[in-house]
Ligand binder design. Structure first.
Ligand SMILES: [Zn+2]
Length: 498
């Protein structure tokens, strides 16, 4: 099947017909333009001998129905998981590493599997299957992409929560807060970085970190905010003699006030200030997975930027050149044990947010997928992707144990692709990521050190998931039906409005 449809808008019925026949293209394609058409590693991917993952995430999403005796919340919830820089091949690489399968749980169990365009204001998606370099033009950045996802508005690079005229646009956090919902933002990179910021603030530039952090902490109604950027620790989680920078947490004075527990505005409009409870240690994150919680939680792990991606404890102190010149096995460099995983942060966030009977909105970002991709670090990409995949699985578990698929919409997508990741031997021909079995680094090839305008994955499961499929009115010859990043806001709104 070859569909030449870039830029055209199909009638809804036609889109549904296409949707019904493009399940395989989402997995990798069944036509001669496909990345996966030229190799026969599908067979190896389904070899049971490869299915025992060295680092399997929870697989309880599969086959599990909401149990009748489970204590469930009845508010309507939206949980949006964003893999920053995560293209189709990033997702597949993680799946192959975890299980030796292209489409392993938790993603296998999602009802709606689409592609999504991510271009900037004034741009367009131009498919690059016949011209290898096409998608290097017109790529967005995390700020503009977060604005499109959170506000439904295309904007310029670096713009956060503002349109192309630099005017503020309501975001999903503000919309949810007005409805009496709780809201949360969790990221594996600094909490005031572009993706989390794009869901909370209105600022003309993503680079105004201190200002952005202050707006998030002092002015927004967010109830849970978690991310890196600790002023007193380096990227190995080691305590510094003097702090590096307070910019990610809103400045030195605000940091000290946060430590004293004396900061907080009226987040839920009841006339009473809601002070932040600051947590930093891994134990503090873990202890909040169950039981009583503070009403408002600020989690800043003891790390300078990313949870794990920036660590250098490989013995030679020269990680950058180390990985660009050698193939390194994931997890060879010991993990930092003093910072929480994205799963641990997510569990604590959910435990706070589910106290609200009206429901909540939560955005979780696997932010360092992008950082590993900029540096073309295949091993770190796998580590970050697997951490993200485990978080998606943990979210599915939470839905089944504490809510239901009728009450909660779970979305998984990316803000853009990064690194132009393919299988080996590509350019000009596209080759698939090759399967070397579970626990083994898949065959990967990088073609760029920045973002591309490629389509990215969009998966949905639960309440109103079918609405996204209806919005996928364009089709790509390889990726199949695709929606746009501005299509998520109305669907998320429709869930929260119930
Ligand atoms: Zn990036």
């Amino acid at each position: 099947m070859i569909i030449s449809l870039d830029k055209c808008h199909l009638p809804f019925r036609t889109a549904l017909i296409i949707l019904s026949v493009v399940t395989l293209p989402w997995l990798g394609g069944c036509n001669n333009h496909s990345e996966t058409a030229t190799h026969n590693d599908h067979a190896a991917a389904h070899d049971p001998a490869h299915q025992q993952s060295a680092t399997p995430p929870s697989e309880t999403c599969r086959d599990k129905k909401p149990s009748e005796d489970a204590v469930t919340t009845h508010g309507k919830n939206v949980i949006l998981l964003i893999g920053d820089g995560m293209g189709f091949n990033h997702l597949r690489a993680g799946s192959l590493y975890r299980s030796g399968e292209l489409d392993a749980p938790p993603y296998r169990d999602f009802d709606v599997k689409l592609a999504m365009s991510t271009y900037l204001y004034g741009g367009e998606y131009v498919q690059g299957w016949d011209a290898f370099a096409n998608v290097k033009d017109g790529a967005t950045d995390s700020a503009a992409a977060a604005t499109a996802l959170a506000c439904g508005t295309k904007t310029y690079k670096a713009g956060l929560g503002v349109d192309c005229q630099r005017q503020p646009v309501d975001n999903i956090v503000e919309i949810a807060e007005k409805q009496g919902k709780s809201t949360g933002i969790v990221t594996s990179v600094p909490l005031s970085h572009a993706t989390p910021a794009g869901f909370v603030v209105h600022n003309v530039s993503r680079r105004n970190y201190e200002e952005i952090a202050r707006e998030m902490i002092l002015d927004s109604g967010v109830d849970v905010l978690m991310g890196g950027g600790h002023p007193w620790y380096d990227n190995d989680g080691q305590l510094l003699e003097t702090p590096e920078s307070y910019q990610y947490v809103g400045g030195e004075k605000l940091w000290h006030q946060l430590q004293e527990g004396a900061v907080g505005n009226d987040a839920n409009s009841d006339g009473v200030d809601d002070h932040w409870t600051l947590i930093e240690s891994r134990d503090a994150f873990r202890n909040l997975a169950n039981g009583p919680t503070p009403t408002r939680l600020l989690g800043v792990p003891r790390i300078a930027e990313t949870l794990q991606q920036g660590r250098q404890l490989d013995g030679d102190g020269d990680y950058g050149s180390h990985v660009t010149t050698k193939t390194v096995t994931p997890y060879t460099v010991p993990m930092i044990t003093t910072v929480p995983t994205l799963v641990e942060m997510t569990k604590a966030a959910l435990n706070v947010l589910d106290n609200n009977d009206k429901g909540f909105f939560l955005m979780i970002e696997g932010g360092a997928i992008d950082w590993a991709s900029h540096d073309n670090q295949s091993d770190r990409l796998i580590e970050e992707q697997v951490d993200f995949d485990r978080t998606v699985a943990a979210v599915c578990d939470w839905v089944e144990q504490n809510s239901s698929w009728q009450d909660t919409l779970v979305l998984v997508t990316a803000d853009h692709e990064c690194g132009y990741l393919t299988g080996p031997g590509s350019d000009p021909r596209w080759n698939p990521v090759t399967n070397n079995g579970a626990g083994k680094l898949p065959g990967l090839e990088w073609h760029h050190t920045s973002h591309t305008n490629s389509l990215v994955p969009l998966l949905a499961r639960g309440a109103h998931a079918e609405q996204l499929a209806q919005r996928a009115t364009n089709a790509d010859p390889v990726r199949g039906p695709y929606a746009d990043n501005t299509d998520l806001l109305p669907v998320m709104q429709s869930v929260l409005a119930e």
